[in-house]
Design a protein around this ligand. Structure first.
Ligand SMILES: O=C(O)CCC(=O)C(=O)O
Length: 254
């Protein structure tokens, strides 16, 4: 179910009938002028849609099977930096911004994201693989007791995350779904960090660069990507950022 509502192909076991959620309304959002105007202020005028995109339906935690409580999509998202879910080239070379969009009002109670003041300028830090393979900042328990900033949001708001912003999300302790999308964009010409998934110009000074112009063409890109992923049986893999020295451990930096 969660994969059915996810924008992108599943990470593993990509098959002919693998679900992903590419709809006209999502296409409209990805290419929305107001969103791109904001992204342009951060990334500049040459912008590509990045395929590390998710739509999340966070279910009330009390209704979740135990194994899903920390799984990121339907449950809590562990502390992480978004650059950590790119492949190694992407981790090194890609300037990416996340545009997080609530479809339901998002509060402390239903599992908003949180961050901590003054810890977002440390560059990429070491991550580990959580118990369900989710990407998790190493030593993240150190953040649990720090003073948190609650990124609560109303419908119509957007939250922008730098690729090195340290964040996680709280459990959904309400009785309703918490629904959101996190769209991502990168500076054109840089690796997407998830080849061969769709990475295409959405804004450029040279109009000829805008080759994907409508929902049908976008869908065709995903189908083409799927064909490439089926024989290798996965859509993406990313070695976790693990630097040789422990100087990149959160514990050495705070
Ligand atoms: O929506 C959430 O709960 C977490 C989102 C997130 O961590 C992200 O977009 O990187």
């Amino acid at each position: 179910m969660d994969q059915y509502f996810n924008t992108r192909l599943p990470r593993d076991h990509v098959k002919q009938d693998s679900d992903y959620f590419a709809t006209q309304s999502l296409w409209n959002l990805i290419t929305n002028k107001k969103i791109l105007d904001v992204v342009e202020k951060i990334l500049g005028k040459e912008i590509m849609s990045n395929p590390v995109q998710n739509t999340r339906i966070k279910q009330p935690e009390k209704k979740l099977p135990k194994g899903s409580i920390h799984d990121g999509l339907s449950g809590r998202t562990p502390w992480h930096q978004d650059a950590a879910v790119l492949n190694t080239r992407g981790q090194k070379l890609t300037d990416m911004v996340t545009v997080w969009i609530p479809f339901t009002k998002t509060t402390k109670k239903n599992g908003c994201m949180i961050t901590v003041k003054k810890i977002n300028k440390m560059g990429l830090l070491n991550h580990i693989s959580g118990y369900r393979g989710q990407v998790e900042l190493k030593n993240s328990e150190l953040l649990d007791d720090m003073k948190h900033i609650y990124l609560e949001a109303n419908i119509g708001d957007v939250i922008l995350l730098h690729k090195h912003s340290i964040h996680c999300s709280l459990p959904n302790r309400s009785n309703d779904f918490r629904i959101s999308a996190d769209l991502r964009y990168n500076v054109a010409g840089q690796p997407s960090g998830r080849e061969p998934l769709p990475n295409f110009y959405v804004r450029s000074k040279n109009k000829k660069n805008i080759k994907i112009k409508n929902f049908k063409q976008w869908l065709a890109l995903w189908e083409k990507a799927k064909e490439k992923c089926i024989p290798r049986k996965y859509a993406f893999k990313y070695p976790l950022p693990t630097f040789k020295t422990n100087g990149r451990d959160l514990s050495k930096l705070i």
